[in-house]
Design a binder for this molecule. Sequence first.
Ligand code: FAD
Length: 361
Amino acid sequence: MDADRLAAVDAVVVGGGPNGLAAAIEVARAGRSVVLFEAASTVGGGSRSAELTLPGFVHDVCSSIHTFGRTAPFFAGIDLEARGLRWVDAPAALGHPLDDGTAVMVRGGVERTAASLGDSADTDAYRRLFGPLVDDWETLLPDLLAPFHVPLAPLRALRLARFGLVGIRSATSVARRFRGDRARALVAGVMAHSILGLTEPISAAAGIVLLAGAHADGWPFPEGGAGRVPDLLSAELRSLGGRIVVERRIHTYADLPPHRVAIFDVVPRRLAAIAGERLPAGYRRALERYRHGAGIFKLDLAIYGAIPWTAAELAGAGTVHLGGTLEEIARSERLVATGREPERPFVLLTQTSLFVRTRAP
Ligand SMILES: Cc1cc2nc3c(=O)[nH]c(=O)nc-3n(C[C@H](O)[C@H](O)[C@H](O)COP(=O)(O)OP(=O)(O)OC[C@H]3O[C@@H](n4cnc5c(N)ncnc54)[C@H](O)[C@@H]3O)c2cc1C
């Protein structure tokens, strides 16, 4: 379909991943006309599922575990479950094996994990760090996910500040608040989800949110695979009158129909190429100078049965962090950050097919 054959709209959205779809839905909800352009043959971006190995094995192409799928205000507002999505919870959100054959497990509330850390000082420190966050989770999470300028009531501002005092620190400095390998490894593994190096400021923030979220609401995943989420978001967008054009990569502004607002979910250099003339020179230069961080390697496996973990309880974990101790994870991440390949890379492993019969034969 040619853009010039599309009528003028209030807004165009470029990029049909979960964020582009969410943006288009927000526009359509406000009663404005919107058309979304996606380069691939289906929407979904990093949230898609496919038989990537053998027939009958439904793998997630990128994202698999949707930590805030149930609780983020946007998703809660859509009520995906009422539209047929079933969130699945493994018995444990997370397991982290160690070389002594044991594993640290995140299963349910803070107390259970705190008590399993094997060091009374670490048990107390873990309670102190995560207890208040989890207690306030319902009110804290929307503020953590909201733009910073939202005016906050004093109590909410205080809670956010309490989080900020820890979140602003580096992952390694927060992990070193603990004495034992078990607590340190658990915290380091969750913080290594961040795209920042573990010694950089603010690298603690993402991990603290993820771990508090695991205690507050688990780490759920969609029963039929991550692709179910964009399927339902597209249906919602269409029901609100929004339009979706797939197989249409936007190269220049001329590819877009007349519009009042353009929303881009593309990489920085692509935005500079499409909209450069219309952007302030300094911003355009910053986009052109943008350097991507380390890449990511993903391996999909079709296997005959469950993984025979040495620590048997790992069979109940949706996600397993393979990386060993804090020091080992930090070393592996440091090598990646400097462009080298670690021999023992930090690995995020998900084993969703253990908990959903339809994901593997
Ligand atoms: C291997 C891997 C595993 C991951 N696991 C998880 C996980 O378990 N949990 C989690 O929460 N997150 C995970 N993520 C991150 C998650 O996938 C991303 O955060 C998410 O997909 C970002 O959504 P988005 O809509 O911003 O962008 P994307 O999902 O990247 O979508 C962008 C879309 O824009 C389209 N596009 C780009 N340029 C143009 C253009 N010029 N014209 C038209 N269309 C264009 C692309 O084709 C794409 O469909 C993972 C990522 C990877 C790579």
